[in-house]
Design a protein around this ligand. Structure first.
Ligand code: ATP
Length: 317
């Protein structure tokens, strides 16, 4: 058996996402909901570093490190092992040590775990020299691991359909400015938010139409017109997230009063994304929220930004 003996370090930077639109369809027989979502990658990045080691391990640093598992359930480790299983016959790969600098809020609806998985796939492909793993195959592996991971390979702004794993890029030039509010220790479990959404809909006896992307939002994104985008942000999970964490209503209200063009809970929450018109407005809003809003971490970001990207590569065969 040949062995790909590698030494060196590969580093990859990968953004978190917010959802500009999340339309949730009826519950499917397989337990998932049909979704139509518009993903938007924002400039809050985790950094993934991989290097050959004698055993598999993951180490996490950064402000949210204590909330990330370092056992086999870490999505970065799951992704590395899934990629290793796709090696060509007869090749043995070294295990890897994965270091994550965690800057994306954890369990916040910004898909931080999926981001780490996407970054690890890109970094390990490079470290192991798996040139046969073309982007299509990498996306297929990503989609089998989690519905947000294919988008985080691409980044930018994109429509996600199915469970969110089928990704179609949206033509969107220019940039939007965001202020993100991440409630400390406020984690909302994604399944719990979907269950609450189903409960609220059943209570009202609502007919749920098949989810489709909004044409108005697509047009607003093409022009990258902040006010028009603000008018068409939509999240069908927002009501459920607020029902489970009522403080989110206060956060949204504070942002509106402080001049945000719009505010929306990101994905299943509890991160709240506020859209503003410029960097100066972002600074004003973040200062105002820090002074007057409910306690939480406040981050400024722009979007769209590219997905997982190598930033340093010293893999040597
Ligand atoms: P999504 O929007 O995809 O539902 P999220 O942003 O709400 O995700 P994540 O930050 O991805 O949530 O974390 C969800 C859970 O996944 C965490 O509570 C944590 O236990 C687990 N997890 C596993 N691996 C990781 C990782 N590398 N980074 C963060 N969380 C991870």
């Amino acid at each position: 058996m040949r062995s790909a003996e590698l030494s060196g370090v590969v580093c990859c930077r990968v953004p978190g996402k917010i959802n500009l639109e999340l339309a949730v369809g009826p519950l499917r027989d397989d337990g998932y909901h049909e979704l139509s979502t518009v993903f938007h990658a924002v400039s809050v990045y985790d950094r993934i570093t991989v290097q050959a080691a004698t055993s598999w391990s993951v180490h996490v640093t950064g402000p949210y490190a204590d909330r990330v598992p370092t056992d086999d359930s870490n999505l970065a480790l799951v992704a590395a092992k899934a990629l290793a299983r796709r090696r060509p016959r007869g090749i043995r790969l070294t295990p890897v040590r994965i270091d994550i600098d965690k800057q994306i809020p954890v369990a916040g609806g910004m898909a931080g775990g999926s981001a780490d998985a996407a970054g690890t796939l890109v970094a390990c492909r490079e470290l192991w020299g798996l040139d046969h793993v073309e982007n299509d195959l990498l996306e297929e592996i990503a989609g089998s691991l989690g519905s947000d991971i294919p988008f985080l390979l691409h980044g930018g702004t994109a429509i996600g359909s199915g469970r969110g794993e089928q990704v179609t890029p949206v033509l969107a030039r220019g940039e939007l400015h965001w202020v993100l509010w991440a409630g400390e220790g406020l984690g909302l479990s994604t399944p719990a938010v979907y269950a609450e959404c189903d409960r609220l809909r059943a209570e009202r006896g609502e007919e749920i139409p098949p989810p489709t992307p909004s044409g108005e939002l697509m047009q607003a994104l093409r022009r990258m017109d902040a006010d028009a985008v603000a008018g068409h942000l939509r999240n069908d999970l927002q009501e459920a997230a607020i029902s489970l964490q009522p403080v989110l209503a206060e956060v949204l209200q504070a942002g509106r009063e402080l001049g945000a063009r719009a505010g929306i809970v990101s994905g299943s929450g509890p991160t709240v994304a506020f859209l503003v018109g410029s960097q100066a407005e972002a600074i004003d809003l973040s200062v105002g929220l820090a002074a007057r809003g409910p306690a939480g971490d406040i981050l400024r970001a722009i979007g769209p930004v590219p997905g997982a990207q190598l930033v340093q590569s010293r893999a040597t065969a």
